[in-house]
Design a protein around this ligand. Structure first.
Ligand SMILES: NC(=O)c1ccc[n+]([C@@H]2O[C@H](COP(=O)([O-])OP(=O)(O)OC[C@H]3O[C@@H](n4cnc5c(N)ncnc54)[C@H](OP(=O)(O)O)[C@@H]3O)[C@@H](O)[C@H]2O)c1
Length: 240
């Protein structure tokens, strides 16, 4: 299996969860030193079926070369790369907005497209991408991030439609809050966060069950329904 964004909070937890289930791990991230550290940690805990591969999600020209160089062609592909700014920052900063859109949408989409063709050729595989509930409805505090995730979610919907009569799974993960660096420093009640290990376990189970989408917890599934059905005249009064 292949994890892209393996050095992030959720990526690391996913690496451990799949290592525990005895999968052979191919871990990608942009910082080779952090990747080496993660590989050594996994080794020291007895997980030795690990290879590491440097990949910047913005460097799409290298994607094909990376996929060709993998020791094993993966049967599960997870992209968990993501970037978010502080409240309202990317809405006023053109360069930051561009970087968020490219990291959350352009990069994952280009990479998934290549993986999708490979999986289609052999009619099997699981494509998993971590989007966000922020992509369900635009909010004043982070609509650039939300729009980039909405784009990713819609892309995955289309990909799932393309593969509806195949054995290929397309799983969209739409979390609420996961306790990682991404939300460190944000004023979020601990009750609303789940830890990355628990999130990774729920993703593991969703893949195993062949699910199409998951919000990870029943609470965040209810939030998703609320975001869809809440009338505009109520929604605009909320400070979100
Ligand atoms: N945490 C939450 O509350 C939350 C909620 C909803 C959705 N999500 C989504 O969950 C996913 C995982 O995020 P996280 O919570 O684990 O946050 P994180 O710890 O900040 O991890 C983000 C990961 O993205 C990687 N990344 C960023 N830009 C990259 C680039 N140009 N090329 C390659 N990798 C790049 C980071 O690499 P480095 O390790 O090199 O920095 C890091 O591994 C993201 O897609 C995020 O949008 C998170």
């Amino acid at each position: 299996m292949l994890i892209v964004g393996a050095t992030g909070g959720l990526g690391r937890a996913l690496a451990y969860r799949f290592a525990k289930a005895n999968f052979t791990l191919q871990l990608c991230a942009r910082d080779i030193h952090n990747l080496k550290k993660l590989k050594n940690e996994l080794y020291s805990r007895g997980f030795s079926k690990v290879s590491i591969h440097e990949l910047n999600i913005l460097d799409s020209k290298k994607f094909q070369e990376l996929l060709n160089s993998l020791p094993i062609q993966p049967d599960i592909f997870i992209v968990t790369v993501g970037k978010m700014s502080g409240r309202g920052e990317s809405e006023r900063d053109f360069e930051l907005a561009t970087s968020i859109i490219r990291t959350n949408f352009e990069g994952p989409v280009n990479l998934i497209s290549l993986i999708a063709d490979r999986f289609e050729a052999r009619n099997s595989g699981s494509i998993v991408a971590v989007s966000s509930l922020a992509g369900e409805r635009g909010r004043a505090s982070n609509y650039v991030y939300g729009a980039s995730k909405a784009g990713l979610t819609l892309y995955l919907d289309g990909l799932r439609h393309r593969f509806q009569n195949t054995k290929i799974q397309v799983l969209t993960v739409k979390p609420g809050f996961i306790d990682t660096n991404m939300i460190a420093g944000h004023n979020i009640s601990p009750k609303l966060k789940i830890n990355p290990e628990s999130a990774a376990n729920k993703i593991f189970i969703a893949i195993d069950k062949g699910q199409k989408t998951t919000c990870l917890t029943p609470f965040w599934r209810l939030v998703q329904i609320f975001l869809k059905v809440c009338p505009d005249f109520v929604f605009k009064r909320l400070s979100l």
